[in-house]
Design a protein around this ligand. Sequence first.
Ligand code: M6R
Length: 365
Amino acid sequence: DKGNHRHFMEKEIYEQPEVISHALSNYVDFHSHTVKPVDAAIDFKNLRGLAISACGTAYLAGLVGKYWFERYARLPVEIDVASEFRYREMPLSKDQAALFISQSGETADTLACLRYCHDEGLKIGAIVNVKESTIAREADAVFPILAGPEIGVASTKAFTCQLAVLASLAIAAGKARGTISPDEERQLVKSLAEMPRIMSLVLNAIQPQVETLARDLSKYKDVLYLGRGTSYPLAMEGALKLKEISYIHAEGYAAGELKHGPIALIDENMPVIVIAPHDRFFDKTVSNMQEVAARGGRIIFITDEKGAAASKLETMATIVLPNVAEIIAPMVFSLPIQLLAYHTAVFMGTDVDQPRNLAKSVTVE
Ligand code: M6R
């Protein structure tokens, strides 16, 4: 049932504040602002490394997770798409654990990768939406994302719930390894707890602007997304979402890679969507944005209040989100990205929930 929404995708975008809160409540205590203990099968305290693997959007959630595990838990993360991971003949050891992320829990490559790591003697964690799935059944520890059924082929609420679970696990790992203090733990969990409220605010605030912008975006054939730090995987997620439902060619790049190739493409025919909260990387990203502007590129700037105040560049549009704690920025900044792809596809008249050539669950390799 789509409720008052035109598509499941739209419904699922708007469900995020509620399902994120549900997901978080499984991993954090909202009263004491601490993380709940993690399934003992994954011994974060004594791990030497973590291998993460997944496909598509779930892989991009894993990439954000890598930044968090490394930063908050000082835990080295090896990550790859499942279809490559399996064949890389990567040296693995039993003091590493493997983490697989899958909405459906049935993705063939992810499952094959899980079995490979299991045979290598690694403990297996699975971040899944479907608890009865094969991937969940074969894991030593299951971390449900509790997003509820996701019907739209383009993953939205599963992505942000995967992020919420990864953030919680990274904090729990940091706590177990003594790399974050009790005070930092409280601050981080407090920030996570604010997310549902902020997400609702943002969804309501940006909708009209994003819809207007989508009308413009639907006229282009190519779009480039740029971001740094955790906004880099988000740039790739933005590009993936746009291409899969609107069929517009889009690429996501690390902002710093711009001058190593893609800058050659910049002209007025390829809008550049820059995702840049006012974080440690902001000034660097803005200087990449200047390089785009200097070559006549049109910029859609997705930033926060501080970022908007700090940049004087002329843009095609600037979407201003509230200033939020760094740990929740990837979830909050997912919202304009999802809505922009959604409304662009709606303007183009594509089959948003069932885009051509795609299946919700890819059970063949
Ligand atoms: O069910 P899974 O999370 O394992 O699916 C992985 C990908 O097939 C999936 O995320 C795909 O990329 C989505 N259509 C993206 O919106």
